[in-house]
Design a protein around this ligand. Sequence first.
Ligand code: GLU
Length: 553
Amino acid sequence: MDYHALADLCFPQITASPQEIEKKYPPRPLPEGAKVTRIAPSPTGFMHLGNLFGAIADERLAHQSGGVFYLRIEDTDQKRAVPGAVETILRVFSDYGLPFDEGAGIEEEKGDYGPYRQRRRAEIYQTFAKWLVEQGKAYPCFCTEEELAQLRQQQEANKENFGYYGKYAVHRDMPFEAVKEKITKGEPFVLRFRSPGDPQNRVKFTDLVKGNMEFPENDQDVVLLKSDGIPTYHFAHVVDDHLMGTTHVVRGEEWLATLPIHLQLFQAMGWKPPKYIHTAQLMKLDGGNKRKLSKRKDPELALDYYKEQGYCVEAVKEYLMTLLNSNFEDWRKANPQSPLEDFPFNTKKMGVSGALFDIDKLCDVSKNVISRMDAQQVYELLAQWAKEFDPPFYDLLARDPDYTKRILSIGRGGKKPRKDIALWSGAKEYLNFFFDELFTPEYDWPEKIQPDDIEKILSRYQDLYDPADNAEQWFDKVKNLSEALGYTADMKAYKKDPSAFKGNVSDVSTVLRIAITGRCNSPDLREIMELLGKERSICRLNQALEAIKGGIS
Ligand code: GLU
């Protein structure tokens, strides 16, 4: 067979040589050991946790080593492409603070190793495909859908493996004249790889996370180019990651099954494969069983979910880091204030099997992350979220930013900061009593205090309250009021013999707290009253008094 003639027949429009293309992708001038990584999402419009999970690893590997992190859009499957999806991809990674050094953009792209959208690289793939045909390593296949379906039926009947291989690869050795006739007639064809593999042989391979692995060799003549000249993932991955100089491919472990194809293709091209890191699937516990997070069943798989619910970006990143590196939590304990970027990310600390995603744990991480922020930062992030997802709440927050920031300062700083906020969407519930518009108390008075006493506490305290009091003076007044009503301020004595008293000082302050905030747990009451101001505080005491007098709870 004259493979050169076959190649010209298949690709008359391709005149460039592989060498000419290679020249446009010289080795990058990077320091020794620098890693080049990429994320390569398909523009389906759906960005999920797995995308972010891998991207955090990619970004850290690249930037920790002085390397390059780039974005490639894998848009070869037009059926799945959705308008606006690239914008979504860019927005999500920008929201999560994962900066690309190179890659696809909207108007323009950045970097010298593009184009970074696969559909714009058709000629490049075709040049390398032609080169494979010239070497007898690839060939056109004219099988129709029906013929392939028939093959499959035959294989099913014979209980053989499915696919296009061995004796089933019917167009593998089609005579040149027959190919010529079909192409001249304009019959569509796909280009298939002539696999040299034999499943009796094993391929050995070392994954940076999973370690040494072995697979049967691939013997499928996989499709390299579809009939429109656009490559499959297999071929595009090999060509792009070679030309773009990717040193480390981080991708989901669902790609392990087709890795033998990729290794075979690298070998056929005479190229060195990158190092691979196949990341564990994200799992969740469902009725006691571990299962993969599913797009259909689990809204928390979608990254938009976190945005809408108001999970703070830093917290999501930080939580994913706990799943990515087993020593991250210890590092965080030892370095509570350090930025995430200071953590020495290491592939050796990555989990081999399914990572269990636990949304409650994410909330705990989030509380910690937010508790470390200052009031200004919390204000900005909360307001940004509310502006998009709860505009009326935003209006309240932004009406007097200083007031809101003073609220957010309560319990912040110091060794043991309060951890009240986990989600921005939960902040309203926590902050509602600071805004009259949101203050709709349901007084749930402690049962052990008689309504009579509640009335007395609420009315007498009005005369005692002085905003100028410091914390000690404030509390002394509550203590004195307690004693006067038969509620002891001596907690030791109370513990020893509770029956000797009607109650203690904390019962009295609970009554005040409920009146002022509508709940029995809140940050420091004196600080709250100071922020609300005397007039509003007294007004709330009266409001509660009216309610109890009227028997309203
Ligand atoms: N486009 C592939 C995907 O979205 C990327 C896999 C890879 O990173 O190589 O799953």
